[in-house]
Design a protein around this ligand. Structure first.
Ligand SMILES: Cc1cc2nc3c(=O)[nH]c(=O)nc-3n(C[C@H](O)[C@H](O)[C@H](O)COP(=O)(O)O)c2cc1C
Length: 339
């Protein structure tokens, strides 16, 4: 047995991020890390029950392990959608109790569900009754200015009693009035000590921490206190970091075959396959890999080429060539390619 198999499935994960962690992004992330758990964007129960299920749930076999995040609050709807998640082959279904957006509040789900722990418990129970895959919850440490530890402890206690064994805790409050979702990821202060205390109070539960984690040292420090670390923005903006995770956090051997260039080439093959099979334009795939060369010489120009809408009419392997060609003018000048 390799050492990695002894680790919790939640040891490292890439956060659910609307408009970002779509199946193309997850395919890309999976080229960089074999072990890390990947989350979908939030999909609402309404979208699944009334919309195009395949459009929302289709994913590539290569993405495993992959978790579907649901937004919703009606236990019967959640159960129906959890069943869909299992039938479509997801490894986990996660309930969003952390999103503060007004749209989500109007639907009475997301972070405001933390005020309705009995309803969340009913939802978890309804889902667990119909699926065998893990049912997990992602939430905040509090709502608005209420910083009482008892509030989040009781939330977890009630939801755990309904059978949830895994909690991903975004270590800041959600302020439901007056802040945009973006501000709600930046302004309410991070309190990692609250999450460590939750792990102490619920040692039998799997507790993963999320929020503002952006370097190896912080991940390793957190893994001393909790079972897992979920990373959102830094994973998206600096994806090459993911290429070190299997070795750094799972004890796997460093994969020396992988390079930024090999990943880019693999993505070009993927873009060609997606275009042939689904008519997907490479532009909507390439946007997720623009951070791949972050911190490298020429990164800015490489990124400009891959995001230049004038390149859209070229096939992706030609775009890659253009992105790799040294510019005739100064390295950071605007892209000059005749198309
Ligand atoms: C663009 C964007 C979209 C997000 N969408 C979701 C979502 O659909 N569901 C969710 O639970 N959290 C969502 N989040 C919050 C992240 O999952 C994560 O909790 C937050 O970004 C804090 O982690 P970080 O500091 O590592 O980015 C989103 C964050 C971003 C930046």
């Amino acid at each position: 047995m390799t050492e990695s198999l002894t680790h919790s499935p939640w040891r490292m994960s890439v956060a659910p991020m609307m408009d970002w962690t779509d199946r193309h992004c997850r395919f890309f992330h999976r080229l960089l890390t074999r072990q890390t758990l990947l989350y979908t964007e939030m999909v609402t129960t309404g979208a699944l029950i009334h919309g195009d299920v395949a459009r929302h749930l289709r994913f590539h076999a290569e993405e495993h392990p992959v978790a579907l995040q649901l937004g919703g609050s009606e236990p019967a709807d959640l159960a129906q959608c959890a069943k869909l998640a299992q039938d479509w082959g997801y490894d986990e279904v996660n309930l969003n109790c952390g999103c503060p957006s007004e749209r989500v509040q109007r639907g009475a789900f997301g972070a405001c569900l933390m005020n309705e722990k009995a309803l969340v418990a009913d939802g978890v129970k309804a889902m667990r009754d119909v699926v065998d895959i893990p049912v997990t919850v992602k939430h905040r440490i509090g709502i608005d200015k209420n910083e009482s530890y008892d509030f989040v402890r009781d939330f977890i206690g009630t939801v755990a009693d309904a059978g949830c064994e895994v909690f991903v805790v975004h270590a800041r409050n959600a302020w439901l009035k007056g802040l945009s979702p973006k501000e709600n990821r930046e302004i309410p202060p991070l309190r990692y000590d609250v999450v460590a205390q939750l792990k102490k109070d619920f040692p039998h539960l799997t507790i993963a921490i999320n929020g503002g984690i952006a370097d190896d040292a912080t991940v390793l420090a957190q893994l001393e206190h909790v079972d897992g670390v979920m990373v959102g923005r830094e994973a998206y903006h600096n994806p090459w970091w993911l290429a070190t995770w299997d070795a750094q956090f799972y004890g796997a051997e460093l994969n020396s075959d992988i390079s930024r260039e090999s990943v880019e080439e693999e993505m070009v093959r993927y873009m060609e396959r997606e275009a042939a099979e689904h008519g997907t334009h490479w532009y909507s795939i390439a946007r997720h890999m623009l951070g791949l060369r972050q911190g490298m010489p020429g990164a800015r120009r490489w990124r400009q080429v891959w995001s230049d809408h004038r390149m859209k009419q070229l096939p992706p392997h030609e775009v890659m060539q253009a992105a790799r060609t040294k510019p005739e003018r100064h390295a950071d000048s605007p892209v000059l390619v005749s198309i």
